[in-house]
Write a protein that binds this ligand. Structure first.
Ligand SMILES: CC(C)(COP(=O)(O)OP(=O)(O)OC[C@H]1O[C@@H](n2cnc3c(N)ncnc32)[C@H](O)[C@@H]1OP(=O)(O)O)[C@@H](O)C(=O)NCCC(=O)NCCS
Length: 140
């Protein structure tokens, strides 16, 4: 692997971001919405092998003491090779002064536990489409 780490949104193909999110079974939106979300994030990370995008992630934050991590993806053929950890480390560096929260896809809890995250006892969320989030197992 010839890894390149990019921490800005220059020359990102937002159709590809949508396609990768869809590929790994995560929530996806119109490409323009992903562009807006990443541009408005405090921390963004894109990982390339040669010129191929293989993973990404982002954090939104107040820049002072709170941050939330979203859209962490490694494409299937590159999973379990340390790329997810690299993405999390890079995202975390930019918000190292902050508490960090996220909601893990079912089955990914152990990955985040290895990154130092703990299950929350009182987390609550108000989703735009609660019935979908219930079906996916995110809420009771
Ligand atoms: C979850 C994901 C980002 C992990 O990325 P990855 O590159 O495969 O992870 P890494 O290789 O960096 O793994 C880091 C550690 O977590 C472990 N790990 C990774 N995925 C895991 C999983 N699904 N279950 C349990 N442990 C896992 C690895 O074994 C490794 O452990 P080690 O440090 O003890 O060797 C990746 O599998 C992915 O993109 N999945 C699909 C999208 C998704 O669910 N994203 C998360 C949204 S909440």
């Amino acid at each position: 692997m010839d890894l390149r780490i990019q921490e800005n949104c220059e020359n990102i193909d937002w159709n590809q971001i949508r396609d990768y999110l869809k590929l790994v079974g995560m929530g996806y939106h119109k490409p323009e919405s992903h562009k807006k979300a990443f541009l408005n994030s405090l921390s963004v990370v894109f990982i390339f092998d040669h010129e191929k995008l293989i993973g990404f992630g982002r954090a939104i934050s107040d820049g002072a003491y709170q941050a939330a991590i979203y859209d962490v993806v490694v494409i299937p053929e590159y999973q379990r090779q340390g790329i997810g950890r690299l993405i999390m480390e890079r995202i975390s560096q930019r918000v190292s002064n902050c508490n960090m929260i996220l909601y893990a896809n079912l089955g990914r809890e152990e990955f985040y536990a290895k990154m130092g995250f703990h299950l929350m006892k009182t987390a609550m969320a108000k989703f735009l489409r609660p019935e979908v989030m219930k079906e996916k197992g995110f809420i009771q």
